[in-house]
Design a protein around this ligand. Structure first.
Ligand code: NAD
Ligand code: LMR
Length: 341
């Protein structure tokens, strides 16, 4: 019995994400909530012949939408338009995320909370500080969804290898490259750090294509914002990424055993077992960082800190830049909650 609630279910991300979740056999109850009408979407999904019950909840019914929820996904908030950075969304989305996380702390205090709304680097600290203030923060239960960066890295890596030499692309499955590459850091521009787990692939790119590849992963979101030309940002690829991430959480809940995952998430380091080790490696001031996570019962118990021991000199430099930017983004989120105390 797993209940999943989507806050922001009517949106560009929310709708396809709801569809994918409706197909998952581990979910028994799917609750859709938005300030925009959601009944039509939930009615539509409820005709799909999978066993979960799908219900829509309107603005005043957030308590019911959240009641008893095991996983709460938050894609509520405004998306970027051309020329904007993710940080430009802070003012509007900070208020939305703070209020929705507050409601989650009240009505679904045991839920795992998956933050999709941007800027993720600041929204996750907002979520954690909001829950701490309520006395409802549970370590390992708040995760920033950075999975789209890994989905992109897998896609672009195979494409770049093909550019170099089409025989190198042969036989590679874009959906199964996560043993060869991961993405750590945060979720915006320079804070996104693709990391090669298999050096054969970075060597195969050569230095020019390596640089272009890194840039494409770091600024992949901009491509979609530009192509949508004012109509928002990634929605369908994000829905897939959010679904893949949730699928791992679900497997970990349903199988009730520890799971070594390859998926990365942006997490609060003091809230995980070896968070201090990561801070020793990257800097004591750094409270949040995305790394591949190990899950127990759908919660992050520890992160893969060992991958930080094998960075190339280029990766070390990328991490350094990411950390300095992240510290500013994190502080901004914390201040939004603590400053208002
Ligand atoms: P959208 O405008 O299409 O949808 C957002 C939805 O949120 C709307 O339906 C809106 O009514 C709803 N909403 C606003 N305030 C709400 C509230 N208080 N309670 C409930 N619902 C509320 O935008 P989108 O394209 O779906 O993007 C949503 C967010 O996801 C944006 O911030 C975007 O930047 C972010 N995003 C993140 C990633 C990632 O990788 N983490 C990827 C894509 C998009
Ligand atoms: C993305 O990476 O596509 C999302 O964070 C949306 C955006 O604003 O680019």
């Amino acid at each position: 019995m797993v209940k999943v609630t989507i806050l922001g279910a009517s949106g560009g991300v929310g709708q396809p994400l709801s569809l994918l979740l409706k197909l998952n056999k581990h979910i028994t109850e799917l609750a859709l909530y938005d300030i925009k009408p959601v009944e039509g979407i939930s009615k539509d999904l409820s005709h799909i012949n999978t066993n979960s019950e799908c219900t829509g909840f309107k603005d005043s019914e957030i308590g019911e939408a959240l009641h008893g929820s095991d996983i709460v996904l938050i894609p509520a908030g405004v998306p970027r338009r051309p020329g904007m950075s993710r940080d430009d969304l802070f003012k509007i989305n900070a208020k939305i995320v703070k209020s929705l996380v507050g409601a989650t702390g009240k009505f679904a205090p045991d839920a795992r909370i998956l933050i999709i709304s941007n800027p993720v680097n600041s929204m996750v600290p907002i979520a954690v500080e909001t829950l701490k203030m309520m006395g409802k923060f549970q370590a390992g239960k708040v995760m920033g969804v950075t999975m789209l960066d890994l989905v992109r890295a897998e896609t672009f890596l195979v494409d770049f290898l093909g550019l170099q030499d089409s025989s190198k692309k042969k036989g590679l499955d874009k959906g199964a490259m996560d043993k060869n590459i991961t993405v750590i850091g945060g979720h915006s521009g320079n804070t996104i750090v693709p990391l090669f787990l298999n050096r054969e692939f970075s060597d195969a790119l050569g230095s020019q294509h390596y640089g272009e590849f890194i840039h494409r992963v770091q600024f992949g979101g901009d491509e979609i914002v530009k192509a949508k030309n004012g109509e928002g940002s990634a929605t369908l690829s994000m829905a897939l990424a959010g679904y893949k991430f949730t699928e791992e959480i679900l497997k970990s809940i349903v199988h009730e055993k520890s799971q070594v995952a390859t998926i990365p998430a942006f997490v609060y380091l003091p809230g995980v077992l070896n968070g201090k080790k990561v801070q020793d490696k990257l800097g004591k001031d750094l409270e949040y960082f995305a790394l591949p996570v190990n899950l127990t019962n759908g919660c992050v118990t520890s992160v893969d800190d060992k991958i930080l021991d094998h960075l190339s000199s280029k990766e070390t430099q990328l991490v350094k830049v990411a950390v300095s930017e992240l510290i500013v983004n994190i502080e901004k989120g914390k201040k939004f909650v603590l400053g208002a105390a």
